[in-house]
Design a protein. Structure first.
Length: 104
């Protein structure tokens, strides 16, 4: 039987998000949120993209491209990399959904 998800609060671009997380994965989630926050801030500082939602989408596309490039370059698909890609995609989707809810 699987353990119930925990709720972890992460901060991205000065906004807090509550995200469901598998027990034991909290550190990975927090590191992912920190990485996302750093990338989004760096993208915002270029001044080329305006708006938090657009910044988030561009960063998500760049991250997906990086992960797919790594996956395509390996001779055998790595199951842990695929799980990580799915986890990151889920986290980005949750963050975008929560951001959209805050703006309503």
């Amino acid at each position: 039987m699987s353990k119930p998800a925990k709720t972890v609060t992460v901060s991205i671009m000065d906004k807090e998000y509550r995200v469901a997380c598998t027990p034991g994965e909290e550190d990975v989630l927090l590191a992912s949120a920190l990485n996302l926050d750093e990338r989004m801030r760096a993208t915002r500082q270029t001044g080329k993209i305006i708006g938090t939602e657009r910044i988030a989408v561009m960063v998500a596309l760049n991250m997906a491209h990086e992960l797919l490039s790594i996956s395509n370059n390996s001779s055998e698909p790595d199951a842990s990399l695929e799980r990580r890609m799915r986890s990151l995609q889920d986290q980005v989707e949750v963050a975008l959904h929560q951001f959209n809810q805050l703006e309503l």
